[in-house]
Design a protein around this ligand. Sequence first.
Ligand code: LER
Ligand code: MN
Length: 271
Amino acid sequence: MKLSIVISTHPTDFAALAYKGDFEAGLKNASQLGYDGVELAIRNPVDVDYDQLVYLLQEYGLELVAIGTGQAYLQEGLSFAHPAESVRCQAVTRVKQHIDLASCFGTKVIIGLLRGKVEAGMDKSQCLGWMKDCFVQCLTYAAKNDTTVVIEPLNRYETNLINTAGEAVELIKELSFPNFQLLLDSFHMNIEEVSIEETIRDYAAYIGHVHVADSNRWAPGFGHLDFSKIIAALEKAGYVGYLSAEIIPQPDPDIAVRQTLTCLRPMIHAL
Ligand code: LER
Ligand code: MN
């Protein structure tokens, strides 16, 4: 397993990002501290300078491990479950742009918040149907572009559509695309799963990406999750991908980013 940090390419209000101000400074610090890769939170790929991104990743020796799409939901309200067809359409179009960018780097696209939620007064099965239809459109496009999409179960305070790994795996099985996998986030799992380690064991075959944050969404070791058990379970599950730190920058960004490495590196190397 390798370590990455989630960085936003542009300023954002999303709390659980250690680096979200100066993009290049974030990459530089991550590289100097010893991260292997970065996950980028990108609201709109059109705003990303592709050549500059290629240059910076190479300059700082970082792999692009995944592209997150949630900023388009948080800042623009784009959603797969929105009652307005035009909004769902915009959400699909945007994700296709994320897929285009991801395919240039051979990396994955994350659908977390962008799948949306059942808004007050809406019918859950109708929203689920809309959401599935958007997933199928994006997965079909991603398959043509050799790109994997990962679905991230989120805790109940952020969505009411797909809170657990079991629900996500049900969707993965139902839609039956070989390029559709599961993203596990330790912060959300701590709220929703009966057992983090057993969930990892039960859904081992589907895990395509992992987010790490402690119980309070601070850096690993600053809360009460047992990361030695979580990493041992991932190792046993045969997971060889990235642990991507999606953490609140407390007590300050650099301490949080360093703490993730200090806590997790010895556990990974010890196994
Ligand atoms: C995104 O990866 C995530 O974990 C969500 O909580 C976004 O709010
Ligand atoms: Mn996450």
